[in-house]
Design a protein around this ligand. Structure first.
Ligand SMILES: *[C@@H]1O[C@H](CO)[C@@H](O)[C@H](O)[C@H]1NC(C)=O
Ligand SMILES: *[C@@H]1O[C@H](CO)[C@@H](O)[C@H](O)[C@H]1NC(C)=O
Ligand SMILES: *[C@@H]1O[C@H](CO)[C@@H](O)[C@H](O)[C@H]1NC(C)=O
Length: 193
């Protein structure tokens, strides 16, 4: 017993030397850690369908789609290869431009094919309506504009659309050959929390 008590301070000293240090593999790093989905309020995943119309207005005094760059080629390609357009296109509930606004499509599209009318589209749908006001969806895809249905991936989102993934289907509703203005119907299917 006396021997044991005599060794106690040494044992304590050893314990104290070991224990105050960082515990391995547990919150020792502030850079990354595992957390539970519930700690971010993420419960069950939903599937939402959004339906709206996209107005690409290139003509008139207030265009919402503006060409910002083009290729300098000795002979112009028939597909306008290289032409790049910046857009802030209105999104509305119905096909008329005066229909209720639900958001804007903000981004860039560019003629990405030398053999057909196919766009590379990089844009955010910035919604302003109802519970989606302030939330965005990010789209990056190929749009072969003369196909009946074009499918573009939804890569992500913000706000109500955090962790979003899904796809958008675009169908031309009207296209004015004279002005170049187009109205495109969008159906977006998106998984999110
Ligand atoms: C377009 O390219 C040609 C030939 O390469 C060049 O001479 C001309 O300056 C270029 N034009 C512009 C606007 O860059
Ligand atoms: C473009 O120019 C090149 C060389 O000048 C020529 O060989 C080619 O056929 C032209 N392409 C078109 C589509 O006119
Ligand atoms: C959307 O949110 C903005 C900023 O909070 C607000 O000013 C606007 O009135 C809202 N729009 C709708 C349609 O609720």
């Amino acid at each position: 017993m006396a021997l044991y008590l005599a060794k106690l301070p040494i044992l304590l000293a050893i314990l104290l030397m070991i224990s105050p240090g960082p515990l391995p593999a547990k919150s020792s790093s502030t850079f990354s850690r595992s957390i539970s989905p519930l700690s971010l309020g993420l419960k069950s995943e939903k599937l939402s369908h959004l339906h709206f119309y996209f107005h690409d207005i290139v003509s008139g005094p207030n265009p919402t789609a503006v060409r910002v760059a083009e290729a300098n080629m000795t002979n112009q390609s028939v597909t306008g290869f290289g032409a790049t357009v910046m857009i802030d296109d209105p999104l509305t509930e119905g096909p008329e431009q005066k229909s209720k606004p639900v958001g804007r499509a903000q981004g860039i599209y560019a003629m990405a094919s030398q053999t057909e009318a196919a766009l590379l589209m990089i844009m955010n749908f910035a919604f302003t309506e109802g519970k989606y006001n302030g939330s965005t969806l990010s789209i990056l895809g190929r749009n072969s504009v003369f196909s009946q249905v074009r499918e573009l991936p939804v890569l992500g989102g913000s706000g109500q659309f955090r962790f979003a993934r899904g796809y958008a289907q675009a169908r031309t509703h009207t296209y004015d050959v004279k002005t170049g203005d187009a109205c495109v119907e969008y159906n977006v299917y998106v998984r999110h929390y």
